[in-house]
Design a protein around this ligand. Structure first.
Ligand code: ZN
Length: 314
């Protein structure tokens, strides 16, 4: 009878080295291929050394002389980290696959517990984003948010589809990037489980009846979770100084939860500010992309004022 004895068991890779006594060779059986990704998440791909998945590149960082490290978002595997060898050389076939915002079917090989990009069938590259600096910066902000929200190895097709929809909306020249950002923020908050309370007062839980004649505007309190009614504003003087929302503002916010991101209606700045403040209250993370968006917005306001004063003086 053939006797099989396990000689070494390697925990991380689940590779069993089995030696057949009586024979002069050693074989390796990959019982389960465990691919360790970046922060330590694992994908189990039985009897295989590659995985393939749809993905979008969230981040790309040059590495070594000609390589690049990618962070990608996949519907099935969440956040993925992978190396692309030689993609910065002239004529490299994986050069396009290693660009931020590129999507497609990505094929990864595993070696020593790390992923290396082996092949890519390119999909949408969202090249329209390069037409406008605000659009490009907003797209980078979307990628930053998704990278923060996604977990390695955890399936999240809703987040993946939200990012796809957001990048596609930003490619449309008629869709103002700030308005796309406002819609994205609302959908992102809902996805993360931080949907603002828009139908009830976040303090006393009375229904938010914005159509009543006595309606004088709700306060917006991100820390409390949404709207604060007039009665609660009177009882808590500290709330009186908070941002106020009109009945139209509340209606707009309610509609944002269901509207597509490529809706061409322009959102008022106070709606975007309200959602941005809400996100900051629940995700205490600052991004350079958002700082740059703020700088671009300030520059745009100053340039607009300068143009108006110049035209009125001539
Ligand atoms: Zn109240």
């Amino acid at each position: 009878m053939l006797k099989i004895t396990p000689v070494v068991y390697m925990h991380l890779s689940h590779i069993l080295w089995l030696r057949f006594f009586g024979h002069d060779f050693t074989i390796i059986i990959c019982h389960t291929l465990e691919i360790v990704n970046g922060g330590g998440a694992c994908y189990n791909t039985p009897m295989s050394q590659t995985i393939s998945t749809q993905a979008i590149v969230l981040r790309a960082a040059d590495y070594g002389e000609a390589d690049r490290m990618l962070t990608l978002l996949s519907p099935e595997h969440g956040k993925i980290s992978a190396k692309v060898r030689g993609c910065r050389k002239a004529g490299a076939k994986l050069a396009a696959a290693a660009q931020v915002f590129q999507s497609g079917e990505y094929f990864f090989a595993q070696k020593s517990g790390r992923l290396t990009l082996a092949q890519c069938l390119p999909g949408e590259g969202y090249y329209g984003l390069r037409q406008s600096l605000p659009g490009l910066t907003t797209a980078a902000y979307f990628c930053n948010l998704c990278e923060e929200a996604a977990l390695p190895g955890q399936s999240d097709p809703e987040l993946y589809n939200l990012l796809r929809e957001g990048l596609a909306a930003l490619c449309q020249p008629e869709a103002p990037p700030n308005s796309v950002r406002g819609r994205f923020l609302m959908r992102f908050l809902v996805h993360q489980g931080y949907a603002p309370r828009l139908d009830f007062c976040a303090s006393c839980h009375s229904p938010a009846e914005i159509t009543l004649p006595r309606y004088t505007g709700y306060a917006w309190d991100p820390q409390a979770g949404g709207l604060i009614c007039y009665d609660c504003i009177k009882k808590q003087p500290g709330i009186a100084g908070r941002m106020r929302l009109s009945a139209d503002d509340v209606t707009t916010l309610r509609d944002l939860q269901y509207k597509p991101l490529n809706d061409q209606a322009e959102l008022l700045p106070n709606i975007i500010d309200a959602l941005q403040a809400f996100l900051h209250a629940h995700m205490d993370r600052r991004f350079h992309s958002l700082e740059m968006l703020s700088a671009l917005s300030s520059f745009s306001t100053v340039a607009h004022s300068t143009r108006r004063s110049t035209s009125s003086s001539t």
